[in-house]
Design a protein around this ligand. Structure first.
Ligand code: AMP
Ligand code: ZN
Length: 460
């Protein structure tokens, strides 16, 4: 399998540290608001990665963090208010209540689009002692300094700083223009531990006095606590490259003195009318809203599978409606073809495996789905292949479509339909026409399309 590494800027062969077992850390949500479908696109990419690895025979251990402290409203230059406390204030609830509520909303939303649960969902607030340990090691090793109870990472001490994002130091300077923090040695230095100041909520004791962790150190602490000093893949959204992951590399490598992550992978953004879908800009949809409008939530998954994860994708309700129709039709096919005659499957599965191995070429895999539905493979073989592939696609292709649920079919009709499908396959048009008449007598109207037979039950 070849995967694109943001750090190496090219595709690399996947070479797991432990053969046959891939360990993945995925940057998870900050649980201060509902996730939108843009966020879900990033988690879907990680889900498809895990599913593809398993399809190709690997065992996968995935960790996804839940950020419930330390993520400030201006995360470029660690300024502003903690997002959790901001939300707690606005909603008149405790930060803990906010975290619990939005964590469970996130897990519900993820389930709606068939994102399989990670092995572990560590909460940042449960790892504060470990974060303090890492910060102490960074101080010992000369990568950090303390000023009035706040500990900063000294980016000047880590010559590789910038290697992931290629952010030059002067860009960092320019970005901090306006109100540089006079206590920082370099305006690009970032906070590892922030002194509580007047703050009383979400504050922990530490060797540097009461305070709370910076967002970046959380991921260094949780990833290495659960996956070890070296692991295979780290995922996130494109906006996580800088500063979040750049800082994570400086911290983790600063502590351990060696490379920690084998491959950094980033999913591109979902756009709405050309702009990044964002909570703060208010231009977003929740997956439940799409469901309320009558779309199958998995039609969003279908839509996401039609773009490469490294390409931006424009969201539109029209696009979603098209995906919804295509998905329902595909499920109807599978229902119709299941139980039909099996037979040789050609090279379809090999080509599917090549597509997903090629840096997760899901549009290529979806093109194979259409090709297969139009192919002359026997119906049963088509259905089994689609159901196999659905382990990666996660579209519930085996689900009975409610509009054509089996009980709606009069007795005996399912059998006649299957026989007619077989007759058509063996180009026995006399039999196929006779079966069509028999079905009509039962009130089932059949039409032939180039994708196969369609049927509907006449209202009585
Ligand atoms: P947040 O909860 O804001 O920390 O974001 C959670 C994840 O969603 C991060 O990995 C972001 O990179 C990702 N993300 C945010 N906005 C978008 C978007 N419009 N499209 C895709 N991913 C996004
Ligand atoms: Zn992270």
């Amino acid at each position: 399998m070849r995967l694109y590494s943001t750090l190496a800027r090219r595709r690399q062969d996947l070479d797991p540290l432990e053969p046959g077992h891939v360990r993945i850390y995925s940057c998870g949500p900050t649980v201060y608001r509902y996730a939108h479908v843009g966020n879900l696109r990033t988690y879907l990419f990680a889900d498809v990665l895990c599913r593809s690895l398993e399809y190709l025979g690997h065992r996968v251990t995935q960790v996804m963090n839940i950020t419930d402290v330390g993520h400030l409203t201006d995360d470029q230059f660690d300024r502003g208010e903690d997002k959790m406390l901001l939300s707690a204030r606005q909603e008149g609830r405790s930060a803990e209540a906010i975290a619990e509520f939005y964590t469970s909303a996130f897990l519900d939303d993820a389930r709606l689009v068939n994102i399989r649960p990670a092995e572990h969902y560590p909460r940042a607030t449960a790892y504060v002692p470990r974060m303090q340990e890492l910060i102490a090691r960074l101080l010992e090793r000369g990568h950090a300094y303390e000023v009035d109870g706040t500990v900063y990472y000294d980016i000047g001490s880590f010559p590789d700083y910038g290697k992931l994002s290629r952010n030059a130091t002067d860009q960092l300077l320019a970005g901090a223009r306006g109100e540089p923090d006079p206590r920082k040695r370099h305006p690009g230095d970032f906070t590892l531990w922030k002194a509580a100041g007047g703050k009383r909520l979400q504050v922990w004791d530490s060797p540097w006095g009461p305070g709370f962790p910076g967002w970046h150190i959380e991921c260094s602490a949780m990833s290495t606590a659960l996956l070890g000093e070296r692991f295979d893949i780290h995922t996130g959204g494109a906006d996580n490259v800088f500063p979040h992951h750049e800082a994570e590399i400086a911290q983790s490598e600063g502590v351990f003195g060696h490379r920690v992550v084998g491959c950094w992978m980033h999913g591109e953004h979902l756009l709405l009318s050309g702009a990044r879908m964002a909570k703060s800009a208010g231009n977003f949809f929740r997956i439940t809203e799409l469901g309320e409008q009558g779309y199958d939530p998995l039609s969003f998954r279908y839509l996401a599978l039609q773009a490469r994860y490294r390409a931006k994708l424009n969201f539109s309700v029209d696009g979603l409606a098209g995906a919804d129709r295509a998905l329902r039709q595909l499920r109807a096919r599978v229902r119709e073809w299941r139980g039909g005659p099996d037979g040789p499957r050609g090279d379809f599965d090999g080509r599917f495996r090549s597509a997903i191995s090629d840096d997760l070429d899901l549009p290529g895999a979806m093109a194979l789905v259409s090709e297969l539905t139009r192919s002359d493979l026997p119906a049963g073989a088509r259905a089994s292949l689609l159901l196999d592939w659905d382990r990666v696609l996660g579209l519930d292709l085996g689900r009975a479509a409610p509009e054509q649920a089996a009980p709606d079919l009069p007795d005996g009709a399912a059998d006649l339909l299957a026989r007619r499908e077989r007759a058509r396959e063996s180009r026995d048009f006399v039999a196929s026409d006779r079966l069509r008449d028999e079905l009509a007598a039962l009130g089932v109207r059949v039409t032939d399309t180039k994708e196969g037979q369609r049927w509907e039950v006449a209202r009585r």
